[in-house]
Design a protein around this ligand. Sequence first.
Ligand SMILES: *[C@@H]1O[C@H](CO)[C@@H](O)[C@H](O)[C@H]1NC(C)=O
Ligand SMILES: *[C@@H]1O[C@H](CO)[C@@H](O)[C@H](O)[C@H]1NC(C)=O
Ligand SMILES: *[C@@H]1O[C@H](CO)[C@@H](O)[C@H](O)[C@H]1NC(C)=O
Length: 597
Amino acid sequence: MRLLEFGCVFLVVLLFGLVKFGKAEVYIVTVEGEPVISYKGGIDGFEATAVESDDDDDDEKLDSTSEVVTSYARHLEKRHDMLLGLLFERGTYNKLYSYRHLINGFAVHLSPEQAETLRHAPGVKSVERDWKVKRLTTHTPQFLGLPTGVWPTGGGYERAGEDIVIGFVDSGIYPHHPSFTTHNTEPYGPVSRYRGKCEVDPDTKKSFCNGKIVGAQHFAQAAIAAGAFNPSIDFDSPLDGDGHGSHTASIAAGRNGIPVRMHGHEFGKASGMAPRARIAVYKALYRLFGGFIADVVAAIDQAVHDGVDILSLSVGPNSPPSNTKTTFLNPFDATLLGAVKAGVFVAQAAGNGGPFPKSLVSYSPWIATVAAAIDDRRYKNHLILGNGKILAGLGLSPSTRLNQTYTLVAATDVLLDSSATKYSPTDCQRPQLLNKNLIKGNILLCGYSFNFVIGSASIKQVSETAKALGAAGFVLCVENVSPGTKFDPVPVGIPGILITDASKSKELIDYYNISTPRDWTGRVKTFEGTGKIEDGLMPILHKSAPQVAIFSARGPNIKDFIFQEADLLKPDILAPGSLIWAAWSLNGTDEPNYAGK
Ligand SMILES: *[C@@H]1O[C@H](CO)[C@@H](O)[C@H](O)[C@H]1NC(C)=O
Ligand SMILES: *[C@@H]1O[C@H](CO)[C@@H](O)[C@H](O)[C@H]1NC(C)=O
Ligand SMILES: *[C@@H]1O[C@H](CO)[C@@H](O)[C@H](O)[C@H]1NC(C)=O
């Protein structure tokens, strides 16, 4: 009855809303007239050429400071405001950005009816509803041969990448990570041609920039207008609330020789591929919802205007578009075309939707689309059972004590209260459900269920449970996990291993079962199964690289013109992109398994 009433009220509101105004949304509008990048003079007294494109020898970089550029950009913005002001009453719309440098257009928050009006207004080229995008190394320099290959030609690791500015359109940066700090380094000189702004951290009142980081801005107008922005986790600043942005920035441009430490273990020293390159942060991605194209376009427009040399875009649409005529003639790809025209090298991730064909989400023919490869490093570990069987698995962990075996105890056999099933106790996520007296000093056996795949359980938490109960280590065996599930080695502080193979998991369970006598009620009489965990901290190098990573999106481009497929081959290039050690943000909590330093 109550439900029904609510339903009616809701329906009335909905109908009323529909009749009057549709829900306001963000639209990206492009209008006639050249953007700054291709402006050749001639409108309203603008006669000079913004880009000296006739000169072959010179790079075609936009001089963003010239009077012509700034006044033409102002002129475009005024026209955007005039168009909106002529069509709509003030206060019924909210212009979020004017795009002036790479495309001529704007992002605006207004009703679908207003969008329709705009679509038919003279001078308007396109009106598209905003769409969402998502966020799509210690050994890698050696694997790529950089220390003896390209680094020496660039002055060694101390200088490779010097004075190159890489713009990262991503989730921001955690500026205090050692990959980005500047103490104990040769001082970074100024880069005069880069003129990006540096925002100040509202909490610490300190600038995000330090010489290594040369620019830091954030773009959230569309996220805010869409009601998706939460300042307490997304941060109204360039601070990385996720980790992804710090990760990508350190892979490309992190300092050389940064020790990778987790749980007191060191996994070698990390370096960016261009360790002296400067970092320009353009935050437009956020933790829970990813990002909006209107913000991403604003970030790219600004980055090129500011003078970055390279744009790194580890971002793409959630899935290939299904209803457009082409995949690369939208405002986003037009913006990238402008960036390339301005002389910027643009690299975009191919996407992570592989191994299926046509899962690519980077379409622009004019940019470099990068697929992910696995490199030659593998982390493996083994569980040795009391019966001599050796089971391979994943575990970035130390070994149990040398020459010592430990009793195996399954979580299901040591429940404090067997009615506590609402929390699937075999996940070992809650120490308070398990009997410490029976676990202490033993190896705790848990199940890796679907909860781990969807993220409601984590290996890190298993490790914490085992530690809290005084276990000598833990073993996870897979149960009901679909074949093809991707398992990553997770660094843990105590001995621990995940047996990923279903048949090996069954061997383990059978062994445990046989060695665990029970009374007629099923209660365990004694635990007699034993095992030990080996050291999984050292990688082994395999000769099987490079190989395309299973998750890396595959081409070809799904659509060209109507009914025509695949005459644009993508991705363009392959680079290591799986299991790379790199920075993360202390303010990001997205990946519980990897949160750390
Ligand atoms: C472990 O066993 C090996 C061979 O039995 C022996 O040589 C070694 O000293 C032992 N190590 C420890 C720490 O007990
Ligand atoms: C354990 O072994 C008993 C017989 O010894 C069998 O009935 C039971 O199904 C086994 N349990 C598992 C989980 O394999
Ligand atoms: C980010 O994390 C650091 C380290 O935990 C903390 O000191 C700082 O207060 C956090 N910043 C914000 C804005 O939450």
